[in-house]
Design a protein around this ligand. Structure first.
Ligand code: ZN
Length: 250
């Protein structure tokens, strides 16, 4: 089964459409997964939720999604994120708020053998970041499937525990694009990167594909119409910096 994973869409419809079109054309996806933060920052939260639902994605809630529906305090968000969360709340129809409100913190799919969580399996309700092996180890201790998909940092990465090795001896890959197989590893944690607001200085939208039979794992990047997404952010009255950062990939 080929699993297609979308991370941190953040209301960027141009990026999401470009990624989904590419995946439909080239990746033969059997099952779609979304690691959370469908909304926040971008100007098209409702069309992005529509597309995620159309694809039948298995979804875990992101910290922005949770803040929009008051499941998370906004006190730890910076001013731009807070402004975007308020804008998003005001621009979502009730059924979209209800959809976000019922999303789970994490999903363990025992049939397809994967876990999806926005930040970390270590206290998922706290939305901690996995940005190094230290946090990856904490999350992987709680991981009960061979592979887990996370997002939140908007930076692609893979952490791998070799068969027979202790979890503390993780191997890792930090690259904007990843291509290989994970045979020989008992447990893997993948940060799938961000569709709608990449922060690894590569402005192209990211997506992940995993084949649970061949164990091939890839993170690929797609160009999209950044200027169109920027124009919508500015027209919506969202903070200008949210438009500018898209062009920089930060
Ligand atoms: Zn995010």
């Amino acid at each position: 089964m080929r699993i297609g994973v979308l991370g941190d869409i953040h209301g960027n419809l141009e990026a999401l459409t470009a990624v989904v079109d590419r995946m439909k054309a080239e990746e033969r996806i059997d099952l779609w997964v979304q690691v959370g933060d469908i909304v926040g920052y971008g100007a098209d939260p409702m069309p992005c939720i529509d597309l995620v639902r159309e694809l039948g994605c298995v979804v875990s809630i992101g910290n922005h999604d949770a803040a929009v529906v008051d499941r998370l305090d906004t006190e730890y968000f910076n001013a731009y994120a807070k402004a975007a969360i308020e804008w998003t709340r005001e621009n979502l129809d009730r059924e979209y708020l209800e959809y976000l409100d019922q999303l789970p913190l994490f999903v363990e799919d025992n049939e397809a053998q994967f876990t999806v969580v926005h930040g970390s399996m270590h206290m998922p309700e706290q939305f901690g970041y996995v940005i190094s092996t230290v946090e990856a180890v904490d999350s992987m201790r709680k991981q009960r499937t061979p592979i887990a998909f996370v997002g939140h940092s908007h930076v692609p990465a893979a952490y791998m525990q070799r068969e027979g090795s202790p979890v503390e001896d993780l191997e890792f890959i930090f690259r904007s694009e990843i291509q290989g197989d994970i045979r020989g590893y008992s447990k893997v944690l993948v940060n799938v990167g961000s569709v709608g607001q990449p922060r690894d200085e590569d402005r192209r939208a990211a997506y992940c594909v995993y084949d649970n039979e061949t164990q091939e794992l890839a993170i690929r990047r797609v160009e999209y119409d950044i200027e169109a997404a920027q124009r919508k952010i500015l027209a919506a009255g969202l903070p200008q910096v949210l438009a500018e950062r898209l062009a920089l990939g930060v």
